[in-house]
Design a protein around this ligand. Sequence first.
Ligand code: PLP
Length: 394
Amino acid sequence: MAEEDLAAWSSALRAEFPIVTGHPGLAYLDSAATAQKPRAVLEAVQEYLTTSNANAGRGTYPWANRTTNLIEETRGRVKAFLGDPDPDASSVHFVSGTTEGLRLVALDWLTHELRDGDEIVVPFADHEANVSPWLEAVAALDRRGTRVTVREMPYQLSSGDYDADRLAGLVSARTRFVAVTHVHHVYGGDMNVHRIRRAVGPDAVICMDAAQSVGHLPVSLEALDVDFAVFSGHKALALPGSGAVWSRGVRGAPFAPRGWSGTPNTVGIASLGAALDWLDRAGPARIGRWTVELAARLTDGLRTLAPYEVVGCQLSLAEGSPVQQRHGIVTFRHRDIDAADLGFILFSHGFMVRADGLCQGRAGENRSSVRVSLHAYNSRHEVDRLLEVLAELS
Ligand code: PLP
C-alpha cells in the first residue's frame, strides 16, 4: 500500500474511535500503557451485556450457555490470531493482563517444573513484570531447599536486541526456562525472539512477554517457536483488565493454574474477541507499518533538536540501519527539563504521554524519561505538532 494510502487508511480508522474523535484538541500518545477502543469493541460489550450477561460454565439456561460458548470461542480466536501452529495441543487461559499472566506462569507452573540445580534466564532490562515473577519463583523454591541459578539475559548494545550468540554460550543442559520480550516497552525495538530457540536448544521452555506486540504487529507463534505467550487485552484495544496466557503445551506439564478460579472477566473476554476481529480487519501488518513510520518521523525530528536525547539503541537512529524500526514507541529526555515536568508541559499542549521510570527491570534505565507510544489512530499531524511544541522548549 502506498504511503498516502496508509495515511488515508489510518484517518478512516481514527473515525472509529469515539474517544479520539470526541477530543479533537487532545492527542493520545500512551497506547503502550492502554490503547483506545474502537466502536466495534464498545458495541460488542454493550451487546453482550444486554443480551447474554451471565456466569460461565455454571448455569444451564441460554445466557449462561452463550457466555460459556463465548469464552471457548474467544480461546480459539486468540489461538488463530497468534498463528498457533497446533491449536489442539495448546491452551489459552484468560487473565487480567501481562503482569498477572507472567506471575501465574512463574508461581503456578514454573515452581512445579524446576528441579535442584536447574538454571533459568531472566531479561533484567525488560519490563519489571517480566523480571520479578521469575525471581519470586526462584525465592519460593529456595525456601523449599530447591536451588535454581538465575542467569542474566545478555543484550547487544549495538542493536538493542538480545545477544543470541552470548546466550548460546551461557546456557547448559540445565537451562530449563528462558524469559523474553517480543517488543521492548522503552526502546520499541523488536527483540528478535525468533533467534532464541536456536540459541537455547530444543528443550528449554521459552516464555514471551507479548504486551507490546499483540495488536501492534503480526505475531506468529510458529515462527517465534516459544512455549508461552502472554499479553494484555487493554493494550490490544480490548477492555482494561483483560489478557491471556497462551501455552503451547508440549514442553513440561500442561499449564493449568492451580486452585479454584472464580468468575472470569466475561465482559473483558467479550471485548477481546471483538478487538481481535477488529485488528484482523484492520490488518496487523498495516498497523505495524504505520506505527513504525510515525515512530521514525518522531525519532528523525528529535534528532534535529539539540536538547533531546532519544533513549535506546543509537544505531536505530542511523539512516538504513538494520534495526531502524521502532514499533510505535519512542522514549526521550530533555537535557534540562525533568521528565515529569515535561509530561505536564506536554499535557498543557494537549499531548498525553507517559513520563516516569517506565517500570523497567533493574538493569534498565535509572533515569525517568518521556515515552510516546502510537497506534493505528495516531496521525502524522499529531507527531508534527508534538515536534513543534518540543522545538519551542529547545
Ligand atoms: N510487559 C511489557 C513489555 C509492558 O509494556 C507492560 C505494560 O506496560 C507489561 C508487561 C505489564 O502489562 P500490564 O500492566 O497490562 O499487566
